[in-house]
Structure formats: structure tokens, C-alpha cells
Design a protein around this ligand. Structure first.
Ligand code: NDP
Length: 326
């Protein structure tokens, strides 16, 4: 028997840490003993039943996990290998990693970089790996340090915190937009050179505004994303990965056709393995591990449900890592 955070909806929605056995696990060719999982925004939506994230019931929550291979019939993996799982519909359509054990597909797994412990990998998690994907997308568009200010929205969140830390370490002038003004010192510790209020971006704005940003990492969507595009300098780029304010995009084509800016969509869930491996290699090189500790708070599996409610309510700073072992 082992513990898992099980979501069910018969008769009504329930979320509870339960004792289950191997028969409860789905098909898969690799069974992993999970050391750590994490709470992403999507996990919090699933656990609080705030959005239709879960597609199969009952479900084990947890889109991310890191641990050690227990059994494998997949040619790439052997017992004892240390692995990371991010996304691929795990925790949505395939039972997930907020559990002491998970059965997964070998084709979904990334080898844990030597630079990281399983705890650090989950401190990064989907949110941090998505921040890295955003930076990589901007670099493919030609972004280089010294080009001007880079805006990060939702800056105290998981994606935002890691994006600020990464961009600052890479030498960019990072402007962090947050609704939590009291967290300005935290954002400066991560490397932000300036902090602005979320309200400067979150209300409806003009189609073209004063040019300011060379690039943007946006975890927020809606008016914030529209205003970020309207303030992006000629030829700049905006990496859009989130919808914390909303899934709408009330924008015009003006920044695209008059300033040639690019809107770069970033998806982590189905990103191909080559890009995942590149992102994890880059994270091992470009993320300061001591800042990762500043960003992270550790909780036990038994605390995950209460913490998910706080996360959906916007009361959490940075990343939550979930210890599954007790
Ligand atoms: P968090 O909850 O950790 O952070 C979101 C942050 O957005 C908050 O901390 C807050 O930052 C800001 N925010 C919250 N509500 C609002 C609002 N109403 N208006 C403006 N800003 C708001 O989530 P994550 O960082 O884990 O994820 C961020 C977004 O990215 C989510 O929408 C998530 O679904 C998405 N995502 C997408 C992925 C992909 O593959 N494309 C992968 C991972 C995440 P502050 O208080 O500092 O303003």
C-alpha cells in the first residue's frame, strides 16, 4: 500500500490522501517511487475542482514527479535510474505524481540532471521548466542581454519567480510586475532591477502604447498580455504561457503590423523530449541553486489540499515542493 492524493467525483467531488495499492495504478512501462512532487497552478485547479483539468476519474493529482525507477520494461530505463516527469497529461488523463508511487510511460521521462536532487527538480517543476522554455523561445527570436528591459508578469508566482531568476542570471534588466507590492524585496533578491504594480498592466489599454519592453515573459494573459504587446518595442517578442488573469486576449493587430513584434506561444505539456532535455540542461547551467531555495517552500503530501486552495486564491509566493515520503 502507498499514499496518493486521490480526486474523485462519485457522488460529489472529493480530494483526499488515501492508501491505495498497485492495482489502482494505470498501465505504463515504468513504475517510479516518487520522492517529491509539486503544486503547479494546474494542480491547484484540479485539487480544488476550480476548472475542468481532470479528464478521467478517479484521478491521482500531480502533473510533476521526481524519483527513482522501481520497475521498467522500457529499454531506456532501469531500476535505480533517477527521473523527472513533467506534463504529458499526467494528473489530468493519467494518474499522477502527488503519490508515493506512479506508473508512467518511459517515453515521457527525462533523466534527472546530475546538478539536481529530486527535491530541486520539483522545486523547478513544470512552472520553472516553462519559464526556461519561455526564455529559450525569446532567445530563438534573437534576444540577447543588453538589448533593453525584459518584463515578467505574475512575477511572484512559480513561472514568474523562476523567469526573473533565470533572466537576471543571464544578464538581462528584468522588470517584475506583481500584485504583491510587499514582495518587492523578494523579487529584487531574485535579480529584478525594478518592480511595477500589476495594475499598470491589468486594465484595458490603448492598442499602441509607449515602447518599453525588448521582450516579455507573460504568465497572466488577458489585458495584461494585450498591454504587454502594446508596450513592446519595435521588433521585440512576447512569450505567452499563462492565463492567471484570464484566457482572453483583448488586443488589436497594431503591435504586430506596425512594430513587427512577435507573440510566441509556449506549451510545456506536450513539448517534445529534445526540447525538454535542452530546457533541463539549461536550467542546470543557468539557475542559481541558492535562489531556488529562496523561491521554494516544502510541504508534506497531507498539506497539499489546503495549500492548493491558497494557491488558487493567489496567496502563495514562488514554488511549493511536496514531500511524498511521510
Ligand atoms: P502561480 O499561481 O504560482 O502564479 C501566478 C501568478 O500570477 C500569481 O502569483 C500572481 O502573481 C499572478 N496573478 C494571479 N492572479 C492574477 C490576476 N487576476 N491578474 C493578474 N495577475 C495575477 O502559477 P504558475 O506560475 O505556476 O503558473 C502561471 C500561469 O502559467 C498559470 O496560468 C498556469 O496555468 C500557466 N502555466 C502554463 C504552462 C504552459 O505549458 N503553457 C505551464 C505552467 C504554467 P503576482 O501576485 O506577482 O502578480
Amino acid at each position: 500500500m502507498f499514499k496518493a492524493l486521490v480526486l474523485d467525483k462519485s457522488p460529489g467531488f472529493t480530494a483526499a490522501v488515501r492508501e491505495v495499492d498497485d492495482a489502482f495504478l494505470p498501465d505504463g512501462d515504468v513504475t517510479v517511487d516518487i520522492d517529491y512532487s509539486t503544486l503547479n497552478y494546474k494542480d491547484a485547479l484540479a485539487i480544488t475542482h476550480s476548472a475542468p483539468v481532470v479528464r478521467e476519474w478517479p484521478m491521482v493529482a500531480g502533473v510533476d514527479g521526481a524519483g527513482t525507477v522501481r520497475e521498467s520494461s522500457h529499454p531506456a530505463w532501469r531500476p535505480g535510474d533517477r527521473v523527472i516527469l513533467d506534463g504529458f497529461g499526467v494528473g489530468e488523463r493519467h494518474k499522477g505524481c502527488l503519490a508515493q508511487r506512479a506508473r508512467l510511460r518511459g517515453d515521457w521521462l527525462v533523466r534527472l540532471p546530475e546538478a539536481f536532487t529530486t527535491r530541486q527538480a520539483m522545486a523547478i517543476g513544470t512552472a520553472g521548466y516553462t519559464a526556461m522554455l519561455c526564455v529559450m523561445a525569446l532567445e530563438r527570436h534573437g534576444l540577447e542581454p543588453g538589448d533593453g528591459e525584459v518584463l515578467v508578469t505574475g512575477a511572484t508566482g512559480g513561472v514568474g519567480s523562476v523567469a526573473v531568476a533565470l533572466l537576471a542570471r543571464l544578464g538581462y534588466h528584468v522588470v517584475a510586475a506583481t500584485g504583491k507590492s510587499a514582495e518587492a524585496p523578494y523579487l529584487m533578491t531574485l535579480g529584478a532591477t525594478a518592480v511595477i504594480g500589476r495594475e499598470e498592466l491589468s486594465a484595458p489599454g490603448k492598442p499602441l502604447q509607449k515602447e518599453r519592453w525588448r521582450a516579455v515573459v507573460d504568465a497572466v494573459g488577458s489585458h495584461t498580455l494585450a498591454n504587454a504587446c502594446a508596450q513592446t518595442r519595435y521588433g521585440g517578442a512576447v512569450a505567452a504561457c499563462g492565463l492567471a488573469q484570464g484566457a482572453d486576449l483583448p488586443a488589436t493587430v497594431m503591435p504586430f503590423i506596425l512594430r513587427g513584434i512577435a507573440l510566441l506561444g509556449v506549451d510545456s505539456v506536450m513539448a517534445p523530449l529534445a526540447r525538454r532535455n535542452e530546457a533541463w540542461t539549461r536550467l542546470a547551467r543557468d539557475l542559481d541553486p541558492s535562489l531556488l531555495e529562496t523561491i521554494t517552500r516544502e510541504i508534506a503530501l497531507s498539506e497539499a489540499i489546503d495549500t492548493a486552495h491558497a494557491l488558487v486564491a493567489g496567496k502563495i509566493r514562488g514554488r511549493i515542493v511536496v514531500r511524498t515520503t511521510d
